[in-house]
Design a protein around this ligand. Structure first.
Ligand code: ASP
Length: 412
């Protein structure tokens, strides 16, 4: 009997963990970072290779199947409402946690790094928003810039539906065909996930270990308990009460994607698996998933939003700066924008913190405090990001009257 993919990934993850710790204990770190890590790199490159053609063909074929402007508008409205609501809920949970636990109050942690290069990288939010409209769509695709690529694909798909026949049919068929090929290619690459996950886990543990984790324990506990609350209470409640989806069945359907998100720390790289799980295991239509998921992987980041809020508040606490209610609201709002602006790549959220710190006048060097443990938190928030995207897809699929869903309560 062949082991299911998510089991293979789970086992690979644990083996990677053990291997990483063993490398530190028996001093073969360089073997892991120089040799084993290459397997992880190969896997990530494979995933990145398919992202642009997969997203473009999936969105174009998805939008052509949604059809009318009215349907598209309705889907768009639902999708954005979901994104903003869940991100705000996540941030509020983070805000409550950080005010309750107060991880930074009285903390005595030395700065570990200067964040100059981080602030140099920080994108300006305004630029991100304007950048959604590509001046050259092909360049956006070539550079792998997700938002402009998605924007152009949405428009292109929509205007195919407005083209006269026979072109409309030709183009619809063409993009449907490309999408079918991309799905096959995706499935092929996904088969290598366990190997990639093993290598990525081993590398992370080899590089990080446990030493750096202890001093920042309270901060990590705050972020983690917030993420846990959002993942096991808030989102499952939405799944169950809004869409009558069985959260456990849905989690099982998504497990391969969640484990991959955890070990790659990248929602974008996980996107092919997320699509595969949502469509094949959860039973959502390609029409819905191709609209909600690619957008969600770049825009909807509940885990990142929560983390941004907690991290900024933690830094304020460590520096002994008391933020007023008004300033905390600015943190909430900028955390939302930062999570929207963050790319679905590893540590993107860390870079965006500087935007929040700047907005409420906190010292940018504060980022240095949290740098050391960011990798671990990144894994967790990415899994929550993907969990939220997938939950949104089935909730919207249900509200669109889809009947093929396999995760409804009572069916599982
Ligand atoms: N790594 C996260 C993601 O891809 C973004 C972040 O750094 O928060 O979803």
């Amino acid at each position: 009997m062949k082991l299911k993919l998510h089991w293979q990934i789970a086992i690979a993850l644990i083996l990677g963990l053990i291997f990483g710790f063993a490398s530190r204990a028996f001093h073969f770190e360089s073997f892991v970072t120089d040799r084993v890590a290459i397997l992880g790199t190969i896997f990530l490159r494979g995933l990145r290779m398919i992202i642009v053609p997969l997203i473009v063909s999936s969105i174009v074929s998805g939008v052509t199947s949604i059809g009318s402007a009215q349907n598209l508008g309705r889907m768009g409205l639902k999708t954005f409402t979901y994104y903003v609501t869940t991100s705000l809920l996540a941030i509020l949970v983070g805000l409550v946690m950080v005010n309750l636990i107060e991880p930074g109050v009285g903390a005595n942690v030395g700065l570990q790094a200067t964040p100059e290069q981080l602030s140099a990288n920080a994108q300006r939010l305004g630029d991100t928003l304007l950048g959604i409209i590509p001046t050259n769509p092909l360049q956006a695709m070539v550079n792998g810039d997700m938002l402009p690529t998605i924007f152009f694909s949405l428009l292109f798909g929509f205007f195919i539906t407005q083209a006269p026949s026979p072109y409309k049919q030709h183009l619809t068929d063409l993009f449907q065909g490309i999408f079918e090929v991309m799905m096959k290619l995706t499935n092929f690459i996904i088969r290598f996930t366990p190997i990639g996950v093993f290598a990525l886990m081993a590398r992370t543990i080899t590089q990080t270990g446990f030493d750096v984790i202890l001093p920042l324990g309270a901060y990590m506990v705050t972020v983690m308990s917030g993420l846990l609350f959002h993942a096991v209470i808030t989102l499952p409640a939405l799944l169950f009460f809004v869409a009558r989806v069985n959260p456990l069945a849905h989690a099982k359907a998504m497990s391969a994607a969640l484990l991959t998100a955890f070990s790659t720390s990248s929602s974008s790289a996980t996107l092919p698996l997320t699509m595969e799980c949502v469509e094949h295991n959860a039973g959502a239509s390609n029409k819905t998933s191709s609209f909600v998921l690619p957008l969600g992987a770049t825009i909807n980041m509940d885990g990142t939003a929560l983390y941004e809020c907690v991290a900024a508040m933690f830094i304020a606490q460590v520096y002994g700066i008391d933020l007023s209610f008004g300033q905390q609201m600015i943190v909430v709002f900028t955390a939302l924008l930062a999570s929207i602006g963050a790319a679905g790549i590893p540590m993107a959220g860390l870079v965006m913190i500087t935007v929040i710190l700047g907005a409420v006048g906190l010292p940018l060097e504060g980022v240095g405090l949290i740098l050391a443990v960011d990798r671990i938190l990144d894994m967790m928030r990415t899994a929550v990001n993907v969990w939220s995207d997938s939950s949104g897809t089935v909730i919207i699929a249900k509200s669109e009257g889809e009947t093929e869903l396999k995760v409804l309560s009572g069916t599982a």
